[in-house]
Write a protein that binds this ligand. Structure first.
Ligand code: NAD
Ligand code: ZN
Length: 359
């Protein structure tokens, strides 16, 4: 069976394009209870961008703190109840922020029209009803969450996405200017998520020409941004990294992530380590799996003077390491892609534990 991918319906790209948001959502205001919900990363509260949010009298603007935990099922359930109880079903949701806000906007738009808790919908094609109109405006580049079919949530039992055809955005607005304020470390870690997506997409059994075409372009752009003569944060590189993020995500849509993401999910689950940072910690010990890419990654770390922690495992208990290894091992689709369909013959829980001990 070949995957039948649901993609984003509409894309606007370009510096300053954020100001088209009002015109874009205008016609949708006729739907449901005639109001929009704006979910905005709280970094932007009181900043210039706040004044540019085209909120009307009846709209709801919620500033959301994303600085600590990744999005949680409980958080989505609470937002859904609060909003529905106060004003009924909105016309649409607009998410303005990094990968966390993208996932919150995507999952909320689906959950508005499902019964019960979001924990019931973590998995593939579990949503029963179409969600509501939703727009993504990314303000950090790298995760590919702006185009993926997944809204990653951490629940009481698992970190797993709501993944269905209603999840992808109806519209995204890619305005590179919005990413210029991202702090240097965060810029690097989230940017590396894109680099690692390209590496993992291209080193597994699901790799194909579709994934390669997007992945190669994204990889070239990442190399420019992180290793090129004019590397570093700049308006020009912001444009490049925003396209790289999108293309890295599209490359994955017809391939899969691999060993690094499997380990990184374990780290995020047990310690709440943020995705981009967790990926960097994990990738740094994966020379057995991705030898050339790990060398190149370390060059980038060095070039941008990122102080990537090592020897973290000295403070971890055996139970924590085992729990992370179990979470990783359970991500069979990633191992299947990275190591082959006979991955269970090649990989043991103990091997995964050893990788965690290297971190
Ligand atoms: P993030 O959204 O978690 O934000 C990180 C920090 O950057 C926050 O403190 C935020 O306030 C700040 N920030 C955001 N935009 C800013 C800006 N323009 N200027 C200054 N600060 C800004 O970071 P992220 O790395 O983009 O996203 C990580 C999340 O994405 C994780 O929850 C992960 O699970 C998810 N993710 C999802 C997918 C997917 O396909 N759905 C893929 C990869 C990652
Ligand atoms: Zn990722």
């Amino acid at each position: 069976m070949f995957k039948n991918i649901k993609n984003i319906d509409k894309i606007v790209y370009g510096t300053g394009s954020f100001d088209q948001l009002d015109d874009i959502i205008g016609p949708k205001r006729e739907e449901n209870n005639n109001y929009f919900v704006f979910l905005v990363d709280d970094f932007f509260e009181g900043k210039d961008l706040e004044k540019r949010i085209p909120a009307k009298k009846d709209d709801v603007v919620k500033f959301i703190f994303t600085g600590k935990d990744e999005p949680k099922t409980g958080q989505i359930d609470k937002l859904k109840d609060e909003i529905l109880n106060a004003k009924g079903l909105p016309s649409g949701v607009v998410g303005i922020g990094g990968g966390s806000i993208m996932d919150i906007a995507k999952s909320l738009s689906v959950m508005f029209t499902q019964e019960g808790s979001s924990t019931l919908y973590q998995g593939l094609n579990l949503a029963k009803n179409p969600g509501i109109y939703h727009v993504g405006v990314p303000t950090i580049s790298g995760t590919g969450a702006e185009c993926s079919t997944t809204a990653v949530l951490t629940g009481p039992e698992k970190k797993l996405g709501i993944k269905c055809e209603y999840t992808p955005f109806d519209q995204i607005i890619l305005d590179p200017e919005l990413t210029l304020t991202v702090p240097a470390n965060q810029w690097f870690y989230t940017g590396m998520d894109c680099y690692i997506h390209c590496v993992e997409s291209s080193t597994g059994r699901l790799y194909n020409t579709f994934s390669k075409a997007y992945g190669d372009t994204a990889m070239d752009l990442c190399r420019d941004v992180f290793l090129g003569e004019n590397s570093g944060q700049s308006p020009e590189n912001a444009e490049k990294l925003m396209v790289a993020s999108l293309f890295g995500g599209l490359s994955l849509s017809y391939s899969e992530v691999g060993v690094c993401h499997a380990l990184s999910y374990g780290l995020s689950y047990v310690f709440g380590t943020r995705h981009g940072f967790a990926n960097c910690i994990a990738f740094n010990v994966l020379e057995d799996y991705y030898p050339d890419a790990v060398i190149e990654f370390r060059e980038m770390v060095h070039k941008h003077q990122i102080d990537l922690p090592t020897n973290l495992s000295k403070d971890w208990t055996e139970e924590q390491i085992t729990r992370m290894a179990e979470i990783s091992y359970a991500l069979s689709h990633m191992w299947d892609h990275a190591l082959g369909s006979d991955w269970k013959e090649k990989l043991t829980l103990d091997m995964i534990r050893k990788l965690f001990r290297r971190m």
